[in-house]
Every structure is written in structure tokens, then in C-alpha cells.
Design a protein around this ligand. Structure first.
Ligand SMILES: [Zn+2]
Length: 68
């Protein structure tokens, strides 16, 4: 947790810059390659963009394959 370290060390200018960069990074990029982020439940094989499987009600969703 580097942001916590930054806050402890006290460097407000850098913290603000990093906050801004994080906000930009969080925004979805329109030029990202067309595939929506589809995940697959490793328990029941449900597929969808959700982080939590709606059937298992648990954090079991994983990327179906590492394509990189
Ligand atoms: Zn499931």
C-alpha cells in the first residue's frame, strides 16, 4: 500500500497528483480493444462482467483465459 506510505511520509503535492492519475486510470477507455471484460465463475461456469457470481453469491469470477 504505497499510498498509505505516502500519506505517512507527508507529500501532499505528490499525493494529489497520484489521486488524479488514479481517477483517470479508473475511467473506461474508449480506445481499449473492443472485447468487454468477461469473467467466468470457476464454480458454476457462469459467464458475465460481474465480479461476484450471481448464482454462487461469492467472489468466484475469474478471467476465462489469460490472453496476453
Ligand atoms: Zn457461480
Amino acid at each position: 500500500m504505497f499510498w498509505l506510505l505516502d500519506q505517512l511520509l507527508g507529500d501532499p503535492d505528490r499525493i494529489q497528483t497520484e489521486e488524479r492519475e488514479r481517477a483517470v486510470a479508473r475511467r473506461p477507455r474508449p480506445d481499449a480493444d473492443g472485447d468487454p471484460p468477461e469473467l467466468e465463475c470457476r464454480v458454476c461456469a457462469y459467464r458475465g462482467p460481474e465480479r461476484y457470481c450471481p448464482d454462487c453469491l461469492a467472489d468466484t469470477m475469474r478471467p476465462p483465459a489469460q490472453r496476453r
